[in-house]
Design a binder for this molecule. Structure first.
Ligand code: FCB
Length: 443
């Protein structure tokens, strides 16, 4: 089964890549990394499926050359990876030279294979020592993050094609401090409000530090989820607007308009850090690109019994992935055109993650992941549609290169274009990987 597009259906300079994240693939027990809040979260009963951790993961720390060879063989132009804060600064302060050496080798290895390195500085591995100090709830996180950013960029910044500060601030904050689903697992509105501001201040201080050091092509990676009212009842429509507010509008409006949406500030009343308004100028400093992660939509209904934001998500009618996520490519088209129209204008947009989990099984040494091929195909059609409608979309990264540690769901959810056997660490490219190779011209 093949894709319905060829590389030539996209603009000449369009970039195809694959994305990963440090904690999900490297193996956090190797190379002198310190514990991150994910190690401690996973070690607490009930937080992660089967109490699985990223201690070994895909052993990418030792196998990165093989993994990059594979990526290159697929014809991909770029590799999006993250550096682990807890690997670079195991106690949150002092540098682990082995950690920086690893990323130095990794950067060279990407370049040696003719690919562009796309760095993400924070994909969720906060050093546990900084979590002890309040992590994202503590305003000082902004200067801690700027220091870490300088440390990483001094070493590898000269070789990065593009740099993102934070991956998915919504997950770092709301999902982790209000819904309690990701580390540190808090369910506290005040923690949510404060972290939602501090994560943006940390982004801003890191950008400031990188600009001062002369680094360019800086961005942030935001995740967007289409908020679909569960019915046309006014209460459900209003609930979906609140969902859109805390999920989709909060971060992009801070960055592009230097203001938070009123409907969310109202809900956070009394919990925002004092004087947060004074930070909005630096938070709104211009960026060179915006990363968009998109997977699904949610069907949102009002829940008047519940405290603010007084809503719940309900199952929808569309076909679902192994995450239970509805497959809704129109949502990607919608966000790409909405960003361009309402927020980012001519600033380049890059789809930094998109993909699906499926219950893949090896049959005679092969994985025929037709569902994943169809998913990628329909979402790449949405990207082409958005480009035709004027959105400056410059690249697309599939999530993910490898099956990996899917956070609170452990190793049970497979998102890779390449299958990983966690007993033997054997990599097997799936049919979706072959489809990319065919469409974008690998060997
Ligand atoms: C995104 C994360 C990524 C991965 C995918 C499935 O929210 O950025 O690490 O878990 O979801």
């Amino acid at each position: 089964m093949a894709f319905s597009f060829r590389r030539s259906d996209f603009p000449d300079d369009f970039i195809f890549g694959a994305a990963t994240a440090a904690y999900q693939i490297e193996g956090s027990s190797f190379g002198g990394a310190g514990p991150s809040h994910w190690d401690t979260f996973a070690a607490t009963p009930g937080n992660v499926a089967n109490a699985e951790t990223g201690a070994v993961a895909c052993d990418h720390y030792h196998r990165y050359e093989e993994d990059l060879d594979l990526l290159r063989s697929g014809g991909f132009d770029a590799y999006r990876f993250s550096t682990s804060w807890a690997r670079v600064m195991p106690d949150g302060r002092n540098v682990n030279p082995e950690g920086l050496d690893f990323y130095d080798r990794l950067a060279d290895a990407v370049l040696e294979r003719g690919m562009q390195p796309y760095l993400t500085l924070y994909h969720w591995d906060l050093p546990a020592a900084l979590s002890d100090l309040g992590g994202w709830r503590n305003r000082d996180v902004a200067s801690w993050f700027a220091d870490y950013t300088k440390t990483v960029m001094d070493r590898i910044g000269d070789r990065m094609a593009a740099v993102a500060t934070i991956n998915e601030p919504w997950c770092v904050t709301w999902l982790s401090h209000f819904w309690g689903i990701h580390a540190p697992g808090l369910r506290d509105i005040r923690a949510a409000a404060r972290s939602m501001h501090h994560v943006l201040l940390a982004h801003a201080r890191a950008v400031e530090a990188m600009r001062a050091a002369g680094h360019g092509n800086l961005g942030i990676v935001l995740n967007f989820e289409h908020a679909n009212p569960a019915s046309d009842a006014a209460a459900d429509v209003a609930a979906a607007a609140r969902y859109d507010g805390f999920y989709n509008r909060w971060f992009i409006e801070a960055i592009t308009r230097k203001a938070y949406p009123e409907i969310i500030l109202d809900g956070f009343a009394g919990h925002m850090p004092n004087g947060f308004e004074k930070d909005m100028e630096v938070i709104g400093a211009p960026l060179d690109w915006i990363g968009v992660n998109y997977y699904t939509r949610s069907n949102v209904a009002a829940d008047p019994e519940a405290a603010w934001p007084s809503l719940k998500t309900v199952p929808g009618p569309l076909p679902k992935t192994d995450m239970g996520w509805e497959i809704y490519p129109d949502g990607l088209h919608g966000f790409l055109t909405r960003l361009h129209r309402d927020y980012t204008g001519d600033t380049p947009i890059i789809v930094t993650e998109n993909g699906m989990a499926w219950d893949d099984h090896l049959v005679d040494g092969r994985i025929e992941d037709r569902e994943r091929i169809a998913y990628f195909d329909s979402h790449l059609a949405a990207v082409r549609g958005a480009i035709a409608d004027g959105a400056p979309v410059k690249g697309y990264f599939g999530w993910s290169l490898l099956d990996n540690y899917e956070w609170a769901l452990g190793y049970g959810k497979r998102f890779g274009m390449v299958h990983v056997d966690y007993d033997t660490q054997k990599r097997t490219p799936k049919a979706s990987f072959e489809a990319f190779r065919h469409a974008i011209g690998g060997n």
